[in-house]
Design a protein around this ligand. Structure first.
Ligand code: F6P
Length: 537
């Protein structure tokens, strides 16, 4: 981070540290208005944070003095900012509706992007209308996406989020885990002659995905009695045509994307094919337009009104200024149940880095731990710790004014809880308030809430493809903002490699016919020996 600018932020934190949100709100009736910003159908109320105007100014100056504006332009214009892999970072072109070209290595990438989307839409329409049929002539009723990480979490989360917009006669399943249970349980739910498998893998070399795909293919051939069935029941999404062909999927049934789309940023690419099948090309495009609106906002809005930048800066305030290790993401919408899991990969795989862009140890901590559950479930599980525990956990509350399921007064009750939690966190309950309620003295310490616990409130009218797309882009750019300020490479993920390599080695030892000479540590050796004994029985 820019040292000079960060020093000023720290001074402002010192100055404001003693203030309580109770006092800050009492002192300024316009506080909520002052600290609210809107874009792309979303309103961010960040007034319930430990901030005042001077601290916010210092945070915005941190972004400006660190060169964030130029950093954003470098991403949008295709500079190879993923330097350790020498790649551009151009997921924003997947939803570029400007009509303007975007170049990578001197070549406009837009025609390819539009062509793949056109092919996806054509395919999705054919499946949805029943023109594309299975090997025995039956309509496709089930879609099974086989992928992991970015090739799973995005479409799985989005399918659930946009279920109200989906064709209910087409059911999607997502298989990711190499644990055969995942595949086996899904195969129990579907019928081979009505199932379309999408093998989704950027590299098409991922162990989990290929293992699941091989088993799914064997199951399909076993059920339908012919290798020829594969052509009607398997398509692929990948950047690696050679491996797709090697697997036995005709590349005519492959939907491509490019190395400049990171796995965790790939939902708007062909990786979203299962989602497009479910919600249709028109809704998919509405989602992309939501992304685009947030992209434009991020690229052009002044930082003091820029939602992703504000979220990023507030995160840095707590992470680096107050030492908070985690943030909770709390969607008050059951359709967004998988959003926290999706954001875990987006944020933690991007910014879980401990060396800076020059290869030196980072000077400050990076990458918060992201977790959460939908409200109101979380309230009856872990909110106790957020309200009265010893740690400060900044929260993002995400909610909607309207429900897709307006049954009785459910939604008003949900919304009441959504609002009340942020109020309780910010203002708490004093010992005097407890006493005034007649709480016995011995219980006063237990029933007192310190308050002053920060939260952001993100509110939209309704969960639609457009507001959904904008929300995902908002978090993508928040992660970008933080990674940029921490000066880390947010678009590689070398940290997942070592475990993969070691697993390959252990696998050989587990399954070797002759007892292998084990040269691991004593713990690893013992675990391998125990498995070998059980495996050979
Ligand atoms: O876990 C590492 C990772 O490379 C993720 O970044 C990626 O989303 C996932 O594996 C799946 O990779 P692929 O799409 O190449 O199968």
């Amino acid at each position: 981070m820019n040292e000079q600018a960060w020093k000023i932020v720290e001074q402002e934190i010192q100055r404001t540290r003693g203030s309580h949100l109770r006092e800050l709100f009492a002192a300024d009736p316009k506080r909520a208005k002052k600290f609210t910003a809107s874009a792309a159908g979303w309103t961010l109320d960040y007034s319930k944070n430990r901030i005042d105007a001077r601290l916010m100014k210092a945070l915005v100056a941190l972004a400006e003095d660190s060169g964030l504006r130029a950093g954003i332009e470098a991403m949008f214009t295709g500079e190879h900012i993923n330097a350790t892999e020498d790649r551009a970072v151009l997921h924003t072109v997947l939803r570029n509706f400007s009509g303007k070209p975007v170049f990578d290595k001197g070549r406009d990438v837009m025609p390819d992007v539009l062509e793949v989307r056109r092919r996806m839409a054509d395919f999705a329409n054919r499946v949805r209308t029943g023109e594309w049929r299975g090997f025995t002539g039956k309509r496709i009723k089930y879609v099974v996406n086989i992928g992991i990480g970015g090739s799973d979490l995005g479409p799985a989360m989005a399918y659930q989020a946009l279920l109200p917009y989906s064709k209910r006669s087409l059911k999607c399943f997502f298989v990711s885990n190499i644990d055969a249970t995942h595949l086996a349980e899904v195969l129990r739910e579907v019928k081979a002659d009505q199932t379309l498998f999408i093998v989704a893998s950027k590299t098409f070399t991922t162990l989990e995905t290929l293992t699941n795909a091989v088993s799914a293919r064997a199951w399909l051939i076993g059920k339908l009695g012919s290798d020829a069935a594969v052509a009607k029941h398997f398509v692929a999404v990948s950047t690696n045509a050679a491996e797709v062909a090697k697997f036995g999927i005709d590349t005519a049934n492959m939907f491509g994307f490019w190395d400049w789309v990171g796995g965790r940023y790939s939902l708007p690419s062909a990786i979203g094919l299962s989602l497009m099948l479910a919600i249709g090309p028109a809704n998919f495009e509405r989602m992309l337009k939501g992304y685009y609106e947030m992209d434009c906002h991020f690229r052009t809005a002044p930082f003091e009104r820029n939602l992703p930048v504000l979220l990023g800066l507030l995160g840095i305030l707590y992470h680096n200024g107050y030492g908070c290790e985690s943030i909770a993401v709390l969607p008050y919408d059951q359709y967004l149940a998988r959003l926290p899991a999706y954001l875990q990969q987006l944020d933690m795989e991007s910014n879980g880095k401990s060396v800076d862009k020059d290869g030196n140890p980072v000077a400050c901590t990076t990458g918060p731990i992201v977790w959460g559950e939908p409200g109101t479930n979380g309230q009856h599980a872990f909110y106790q710790l957020i309200h009265q525990g010893t740690r400060m956990i900044p929260c993002d509350f995400i909610g909607f004014c309207k429900s897709h399921n307006p049954i009785g007064d459910h939604h008003a009750k949900l919304f009441a809880n959504f609002v009340a939690q942020t109020e309780a966190l910010a203002f708490g309950k004093t010992a005097d308030e407890c006493r005034a309620e007649g709480v016995p003295e011995a219980l006063v310490p237990h029933k007192t809430f310190a308050g002053n616990r920060p939260s952001n409130t993100l509110l939209a009218d309704e969960l639609t493809p457009k507001t959904f797309g904008a929300l995902i882009a908002l978090y993508e750019h928040k992660v970008f903002t933080q990674g940029f300020l921490w000066n880390v490479f947010s678009f590689d993920q070398w940290g997942v490699q070592l475990g993969k390599v070691l697993a390959g080695k252990v696998l050989k030892e587990l399954t070797a016919d002759a007892t292998p000479a084990l040269a691991h540590d004593s713990s690893t050796n013992a675990l391998i020996e125990r498995f070998r004994k059980a495996y050979s029985k």
